[in-house]
Design a protein around this ligand. Structure first.
Ligand code: HEM
Length: 133
């Protein structure tokens, strides 16, 4: 990746490109059989999900803090608690994000960087364990 003086938001390409990434992510979730478990725990209408993830990622990447302005502190782990997120849901969420990232005109380093960061957050969102007792 180029100069450190650029924010992740700028490297992504700003608002329009970030919106496209989020749309491709939810389009994948909404249509791919590979994502059926993660799709099932989301609302039927993904419009709010699209807006919220976009607003969150805007601030998270160093752009306008839209999510915090509207909803306050993200407390992401807490907000995910009502939804059962095990390994399958985590893996499928990341599968959708990987697909979306590769559909964007990003260079390989940026894709790798973003995928690594999303993996860290997704890991911390897991709130169910899959163990056979
Ligand atoms: C581990 C896999 C994940 C699953 C299964 C999952 C699932 C969900 C579900 C079911 C919702 C509620 C519906 C909605 O409002 O869209 C939600 C909300 C949200 N998720 Fe995730 N999520 C995951 C990972 C992530 C990650 C990695 C991020 C950030 C990079 C994220 C950011 C958000 C945000 C910002 C909201 C809206 C919170 C709110 O204001 O209610 N999620 N997620």
């Amino acid at each position: 990746m180029a100069a450190n003086s650029q924010s992740l938001y700028e490297l992504i390409g700003g608002e329009t490109v970030l919106r496209q990434l989020v749309d491709r992510f939810y389009d994948a979730m909404d249509s791919a059989p590979e994502a059926k478990h993660v799709r099932a725990i989301h609302p039927d209408d993904l419009a709010h999900s699209r807006d919220k993830l976009f607003m969150f990622l805007s601030g998270w990447s160093g752009g306008p803090p839209l999510y915090i302005e509207k909803f306050g502190h993200p407390r992401l782990r807490q907000r995910h608690m009502p939804f059962p997120i095990g390994k399958e849901e985590r893996d499928e969420w990341l599968w959708c994000m990987d697909k979306a990232l590769h559909e964007m005109p990003f260079d390989a380093q940026l894709v790798e960087h973003l995928y690594g960061k999303f993996t860290e957050i997704a890991n911390s969102m897991q709130n169910r364990v899959n163990i056979d007792l």
